[in-house]
Write a protein that binds this ligand. Structure first.
Ligand code: NI
Length: 139
């Protein structure tokens, strides 16, 4: 682990009070870890702003597999982008609805494009790209 550095922050008392309430609610034991997570979130978002950065994430899709041709089209698209897809998990939520989660890793702009292509397919009821990091640039 890299050396720890302490630093002071000037902050409005009311704002700090709200922050403390928030982090207790979220389950943090102390401010330091909450602040480290805030910083990491900002760093990850910044990685995704650089569209040539290597990133990781998940794509979540909800769709009705009874829609004609839909399952085939989603598989077809995934084969077109197979180099970005680490793994997929398919769950049958009920008689009609499927939940599919794709773990993805690649260049930010490619991953985003894959997510947009899948989510925009007619018949996909809801889709979301969750962005995270490969972890290489985080401590
Ligand atoms: Ni299914």
């Amino acid at each position: 682990m890299a050396d720890l550095v302490r630093f002071g922050v000037s902050i409005n008392e009311d704002l700090l009070h709200k922050f403390d309430n928030l982090i207790v609610h979220k389950g943090y034991n102390n401010r330091s870890e909450a602040i480290r997570d805030l910083i990491r979130n900002q760093l990850v978002e910044f990685e995704w702003e650089n569209e040539n950065e290597e990133v990781a994430g998940t794509i979540t899709l909800i769709y009705n597999h009874h829609v004609r041709g839909l399952s085939d089209l989603l598989v077809e698209l995934q084969h077109d982008f197979y180099e970005l897809i680490l793994s997929t998990m398919h769950m049958h939520l009920d008689h009609y609805n499927c939940l599919e989660v794709l773990a993805v890793k690649g260049i930010a702009k490619d991953v985003r494009r894959l997510a947009e292509r899948l989510i925009s397919v007619k018949g996909v009821k809801h889709g979301r790209l969750t962005i995270t990091s490969t972890g290489k640039n985080l401590t």
